[in-house]
Design a protein around this ligand. Structure first.
Ligand code: ADP
Length: 269
C-alpha cells in the first residue's frame, strides 16, 4: 500500500545515505593516510640535505681549511642546497597542480639545445655513466613551456642516473612523427618490476625493493613529469625490464606554423 511504499523509499534513502557516509569515511581515511605519508617523507627528505649543509658549514666555521678543502665542502653544501630547492619546487608544483593553478605558456622549442645542457650538468655528477643524445628528428620544433620541459628532462635523466647505481649508458633519443615529438630516455639500470609500472607516476609512490631502498627520493618527480606532459597535451609512458633497464617516453605536440601571411609572406618563418 501507499504507506508501505513510503517506508520502502525511506529505507532506500537511508541505505543510500549510509553508503555515502561510508564512502566519505574511506576517502577521509585515504586523505589522512596521504597526509601522514607526506609529513614523514617531507621531514625525512628535508632533514637529509639540511644535515649535510649544517655538518659542512660547522666544519668550515670551526677549522681553518686550505682552499682545496674549502672548495670541496662548498661544492657539497651547494649540491645539497640545490637538492632542497628542487624538492621544495616539486612540492609547490604539486600544490599548484592540485588547485588547478598550474599554467604552461607555449612557445617554439627546439628540444636538442634544451636537453644538451641538462645532460652536461648531470654528467658532472657521475663518472660511472656514459651519455648520448641521438637526434633523429625531421621536424625541429615542438610546442612547449621551456622551463617546465627542463624540469621534465632533468627529472627523467636524473632518475636514469639515480636508478642505475652500477652505471652504464644513458641515451636520449629525439624522433618525431607527423604530429608529435618523441623523446625517449633509456638507461641500463635497476628497471621497474612489471607490477609497479601502473603506479610509478602516482604521487608519493616509491618502489620499496631492496635494490633501491637506500636511494633517496620523494616519489614526486614522475607525478610532476606526468602532470607537465599532460598540460602540454602530451603523454609520458614507461617500458622496463626488471634488472635490465627502463625507457621513459615523452610525447609532445609539434609546433604548428600558423600560415598567416603578412604582405604576402609567411610571418612565422
Ligand atoms: P623518486 O625518484 O623521488 O623516488 P619518482 O617519482 O621520480 O620518485 O620515481 C618513482 C619511483 O619509480 C622511484 O622511487 C623508482 O623506484 C622508480 N623509478 C623512476 N625512474 C626509474 C628508472 N629510470 N629506473 C628504475 N626505476 C625508476
Amino acid at each position: 500500500t501507499a504507506h508501505n511504499e513510503e517506508l520502502m523509499m525511506q529505507q532506500e534513502e537511508l541505505e543510500r545515505m549510509l553508503a555515502e557516509t561510508e564512502q566519505m569515511k574511506n576517502r577521509l581515511l585515504e586523505v589522512d593516510q596521504l597526509k601522514s605519508e607526506l609529513v614523514s617523507t617531507v621531514s625525512h627528505e628535508l632533514r637529509t640535505p639540511l644535515a649535510g649543509i649544517l655538518g659542512f658549514t660547522e666544519l668550515m666555521l670551526n677549522r681553518s681549511l686550505n682552499q682545496e678543502k674549502q672548495k670541496k665542502y662548498l661544492t657539497t653544501i651547494h649540491q645539497e642546497a640545490v637538492r632542497l630547492t628542487n624538492l621544495i619546487n616539486d612540492f609547490l608544483d604539486l600544490q599548484r597542480m592540485e588547485s588547478g593553478a598550474f599554467a604552461c605558456s607555449f612557445e617554439k622549442v627546439d628540444p636538442a639545445p634544451l636537453i644538451e645542457p641538462i645532460i652536461e650538468t648531470i654528467s658532472q655528477t657521475t663518472n660511472r655513466h656514459h651519455f648520448q643524445l641521438i637526434d633523429q628528428r625531421s621536424k625541429k620544433w615542438l610546442s612547449g613551456d621551456q622551463e617546465r620541459l627542463i624540469q621534465v628532462f632533468t627529472n627523467l635523466i636524473g632518475n636514469a642516473v639515480k636508478f642505475s647505481p652500477q652505471g652504464g649508458q644513458v641515451a636520449v633519443y629525439v624522433t618525431n612523427n607527423e604530429k608529435n615529438m618523441l623523446i625517449k630516455i633509456k638507461d641500463e639500470g635497476l628497471g621497474i618490476p612489471a607490477a609497479e609500472i601502473p603506479h610509478v607516476f602516482k604521487k608519493f609512490h616509491r618502489i620499496d625493493n631492496s635494490d633501491r631502498r637506500k636511494i633517496g627520493g620523494t616519489g614526486l618527480g614522475l607525478a610532476v613529469c606526468k602532470e607537465i606532459a599532460e598540460a602540454h597535451g602530451g603523454t609520458i609512458t614507461v617500458s622496463s625490464e626488471y634488472g635490465e633497464g627502463s625507457v621513459f617516453s615523452v610525447l609532445l605536440p609539434l609546433w604548428e606554423e600558423k600560415e598567416t601571411t603578412v604582405n604576402g609572406e609567411r610571418s612565422d618563418e
